[in-house]
Design a protein around this ligand. Sequence first.
Ligand SMILES: [Zn+2]
Length: 233
Amino acid sequence: MAVPILLYHQIAVPPSGRVPFRSMVVDPEAFYRQMEWLKRLGFQGLSLREALPYIEGAKRGKVAAITFDDSYENVYDHALPVLQEFGFTATNFVVVNQIGGSNAWDAPNGVAWAPCMSLEQLRDWVDLGHEVGSHTLDHVHLPDLAVEEARKQILQSRALLEELLDEVVSSFCFPYGDETPLDRVLAYEAGYRVATTTRRGRARQADDPFGLPRATVRRNDSWVHFLKKCLAG
Ligand SMILES: [Zn+2]
């Protein structure tokens, strides 16, 4: 069956003015209403790990995977309580060298500074049944790197997360959605079960599990846009 994998970045009141990537900051109230829509439509919101059997056809049911890229602290503050209220789980893709840090990789593009979750916050996230996945060590453009460096970003980030959180890490997310067939192989070899891209659409059994498509939820999405992302594509 086709499973929407929703992609969020920040959940916060966005900075004012025309700053780059402002559309990636979803208002907490809008996020609440979107989770309410999922519930109303009969979707169970699940982490990627829990949604995978539905994508692969081993389980049947109406599910939507919920993913957050970059592990922003405002996701912990504003999204986590909502997920708890609705009984949903979600996946948080962590930039491992920025645990307790910030979106330093975005600074050259003029994106507003935003803190990333601390290790304690990540531990809470995991303790509440949510998933942590890897988004590399440094939020790199993998295709630009030499193979050994790309392998290190993919493999070491997983090893470090598993050590820090005492949890199996099985999901990977390509920063910027940038990847080559070789990067997918590296993710497979590093021991992940799935990897997500920014290719649009719902995930299906026929998809390469190391290139799963997602639906980006943007700040200005109306409820009609949101429902289309859940129900079509
Ligand atoms: Zn990212």
